[in-house]
Design a protein around this ligand. Sequence first.
Ligand code: BTN
Length: 329
Amino acid sequence: MTIDAEILRSLRTNETGSVSGADLSQRLNISRAAIWARIEELRALGYDIEASPHRGYTLRASPDLLHADDLLSRLDESQIIGRDIRVFQNTTSTNDIVEKLARDGVAEGAVVFAESQSLGRGRLGREWVSPAGKGLWFSILLRPKLAPQAVTKLTIASAIALARAVRNTTHLNPEIKWPNDLLLAGKKISGVLTELTAELDHVKHVILGIGINVNMTESDFPKTLRSTASSLRIQSGRLIDRPEFAAEVLRQLNHDYKRVTEGCFFDVAEEWENISCTLNRDVQIQVGDRTIKGRAENLDQDGALLVRTQHGHLERIIGGDVTMRKNEP
Ligand code: BTN
């Protein structure tokens, strides 16, 4: 962990809320003058750090920006997801950056955030609107020991992790539309683009690209999206602390990634089923040129959706665009 991350962690976790320069200097094994220089740098970034001769340093407020050291300082050091965090002010798509990291052999768990994306992409070739400072736009590099057909498990797991993070932060209860769209009041607040590189029988790496509309107002969405998309701010009526929420999201994603890789997908699927708005509904699914109509009955052991078609067949769906229809008796 970097010195700045250590300083921020000490300031946040000290019971008294303050840490003396001498303590920090001893803990980090650098001079008090060096600590002071780092504190000045953090202040220049917008961290409100008070210095008192009696109490030492106190963190009064943090800025609403994504800063890798700050995010690292909020996470447990044993976490896989988020052990390497990089933040870009602007990029084309965070999935592209992570693809390059993957090819360079970077270890799994690396996370790339961007404050804004110029070419953010969604599922099925759609555009993903990613205005600066309003959301969480990030991608995670994973190297799970899974067969390619089991990667849907990660998609399902990411949805419940995101739902839990939203619940813990806002007390709102999102629903999940298969496979991993998060909805509040029927409008989409988050989506995941899973990109996979695999050999025939094993996964080389997976990129989970996650977009969460956090502090967007109506006017931040193009008119064409306003009837179907929303944000946590619109739904909760308050501004969300993005760095704190980002850390919570990474904690929850780490929890569910472990559940999948440790063979506990059954529990993940059960949690997904409890908050899904797709199961037991009549659905229409567009898979390429094919339209499948039927009732969404269940998830299979790999996270694929099992749909009983109008003709009574059970279809296993691993991707596509789901529209919910009025249930027929
Ligand atoms: C969807 O269509 O629901 C998936 C949206 C995924 C958007 C995220 S934002 C971060 C990452 N980079 C991208 O270009 N897309 C994903």
